[in-house]
Design a protein around this ligand. Structure first.
Ligand code: PLP
Length: 389
């Protein structure tokens, strides 16, 4: 996204505006596929559930990881044109419902689709048996999350010691465990997590075979693939090398490997442009107030433990300053240490790599609406193709 394009979007649509470049989404998907050619990518829709992004990734050949009934239906819409039989054959290839905990109403609604569902405990297994008996199962394992930006292992995943029991129990209840899954934590920059998790999965798979004679043919390596938010993040090719080496050492060729990349596919595709609406001098620093907030596009600062750079379009000698959001909450602070040239009220600023866990969590707090979202999709139209709130 060039500065000229960002300025044009702000001029045309006002601020705040989130500009999503679908060429970058496609490029990220291709990068993932190139380095992990034997891994099918199930895009984790929660990272950015814009239907336009789901469409672009569907057309690129991606599958999807969903975590709620609305997310399931959002993806399913894309395969409704297929004949019923094909749709059914297709569903596991295209969708995994990867939230280990599901309300019974959701299970009842999903049952007709014969979905692939994750579970990680006995109560959930019994609930699935009762309300979605047609489902196929994937057991979510608890794996080390050391050094990941967002930790998930305290909430989900069974311990490896109880995994085989949960698999055997599922088969005893007449269900089929098709796979094992894990999540190493989001924005995982400690690649050792993936190696350890793959080894845990391989051990559980062997135990299920030796104790119950059950062959588990799907290994779902989850999400966590890191985005280069800063220069400390090692390249994706290095992570892919680790993963590929472990996979070929631990699993035979007939084991299907899937992954659930979320932020990796969408984070770098979006940029937000906001406007300086106020200015003050406090605690020895110039403070700028912009027309977006941590309750809106910058929600990742709170929920995703992510820090975004704020950039200016104006040139000049930079000075450390504070940038606040527009709401009345003191917590609504974008940064206390950004180097910016002297800005004027009305100036525009922008933050890149803000496509994941960002505007999707926007609220209407304080009466401020979420930013407009503009999709730039060169493949379909020559210009800005759709606008949504
Ligand atoms: C959130 C989530 C993902 C995506 O994680 P990223 O770190 O964004 O890649 C994948 N799988 C599951 C089960 C998740 O909860």
């Amino acid at each position: 996204m060039t500065r000229k394009e960002l300025l044009a979007a702000a001029r045309e649509h006002g601020t705040p505006v989130v500009v999503i470049d679908h060429a970058v989404v496609r490029r990220n998907y291709e990068l993932f596929r190139r380095h992990l050619p034997n891994v099918q990518a199930y895009y984790a829709v929660k990272a950015n559930p814009a239907p336009e992004i789901v469409r672009t990734l569907y057309e690129a050949g991606a599958s999807f990881d969903v975590a709620s009934l609305p997310e399931f239906l959002l993806v399913h819409r894309n395969i409704e044109h297929l004949p019923a039989k094909a749709r059914q054959d297709y569903i596991w290839d295209k969708i995994i419902y990867a939230n280990p905990i599901k309300p019974k109403e959701t299970l009842e609604a999903l049952n007709q689709y014969k979905p692939l569902l994750t579970y990680d405990n006995l109560d959930e297994l019994k609930k699935i048996r009762r309300y979605a008996p047609n489902a196929g199962l994937v057991l979510r394992l608890r794996v080390p999350n050391t050094g990941s930006m967002v930790e998930l292992s305290s909430k989900f995943g069974c311990d490896s010691g109880e995994a085989a029991d949960l698999i055997l129990e599922a088969f005893r209840l007449g269900m089929v465990v098709e796979g094992l899954s894990f999540h190493v934590g989001s924005q995982c920059t400690n690649f050792e997590n993936f190696a350890q998790a793959l080894n845990i999965a391989a051990a559980v798979r062997e135990e299920a075979a030796s104790r119950g004679g059950h062959r588990i043919n799907i290994i779902d390596i989850g999400g966590g693939f890191p985005v280069p938010y800063d220069s400390h993040v090692k390249p994706f090719s290095a992570l892919a090398k680790t993963i590929n080496a472990q996979i070929s050492r631990l699993f035979s060729k007939d084991v299907e490997i899937l992954a659930e990349p979320g932020r990796f596919l969408v984070a770098t595709a979006a940029t937000v442009v906001a406007r300086v609406i106020g200015k003050a001098f406090r605690d020895g620093r110039t403070c700028y107030y912009i027309d977006d907030s941590v309750y809106h596009t910058y929600s990742g600062i709170i929920f995703d433990h992510c820090q975004y750079r704020v950039n200016s379009f104006r040139k000049g000698r930079a000075e450390l300053c504070t940038v606040f959001g527009q709401t009345c909450d003191g917590m609504d602070t974008i940064t206390h240490s950004e180097a910016l040239p002297e800005l004027r009220i009305g100036d525009l600023v922008f933050s890149g790599s803000i496509g994941a866990y960002s505007n999707a969590s926007s609220t209407f707090f304080n009466g401020f609406s979420p930013a407009k979202v503009v999709h730039i999709n060169e493949a379909r139209t020559a210009m800005i193709s759709s606008i949504a709130r």
